[in-house]
Design a protein around this ligand. Structure first.
Ligand SMILES: [Zn+2]
Ligand SMILES: [Zn+2]
Length: 164
């Protein structure tokens, strides 16, 4: 059973860390949200998968607190960094070094994540064995080589508008 209704979400999207010391706004529509089952996302989320939200670097504004940074090499070999709250350790966003202009925000840190629907699944080869994929979903065994189908699918699931 697919989800056919497009939801409209008001901008800016508000979110923050677990302790509330770090607060942010996303001021432009995200390009896509998907579920990533890679080993890094599993560890960072402390769960079965992460929900990376692809946004442009300049659309993320920290409104309270100063994020700390951690650097690592991803499963696909890129140098990545993560911003997190120095007090509670909650991971907020990831970027690449050198910057590609794109950030990957953790959708689980939104104040209201109820509208979040992943457009597809990546790194399915390291997914937890109990996770059941819908064969109609967009599935990638590893890192996608083409994000366009995920972006297009996401646009059919969620629309973004100004707060009225
Ligand atoms: Zn915190
Ligand atoms: Zn991942």
């Amino acid at each position: 059973m697919g989800i056919s209704m497009t939801r409209t979400v008001a901008l800016p999207i508000e979110g923050g860390c677990q302790c509330g010391g770090l607060r942010y706004q996303v001021v432009a529509p995200p390009l896509m949200i998907y579920a990533c089952h890679c080993s890094s996302c599993q560890r960072i989320a402390g769960g079965a998968f992460g929900l990376p939200t692809t946004i442009t670097e300049d659309s993320l504004k920290f409104t309270s607190g100063t994020p700390r940074e951690v650097v690592w090499r991803s499963d696909s070999g890129n140098e990545r960094y993560g911003t997190f709250c120095g007090d509670c350790g909650c991971r907020i966003a990831h970027g690449q070094k050198p910057s590609n202009g794109i950030l990957s925000l953790r959708a689980g840190t939104f104040d209201d994540p109820s509208w979040v629907v992943p457009a597809g699944h990546t790194w399915t080869k390291s997914a937890q064995p109990w996770f059941k994929f819908d064969p109609d979903d967009i599935l990638w065994e590893e890192q996608p080589t083409d994000y366009v189908p995920l972006i297009e699918k996401f646009q059919t699931l969620v629309a973004f508008g100004e707060k009225s």
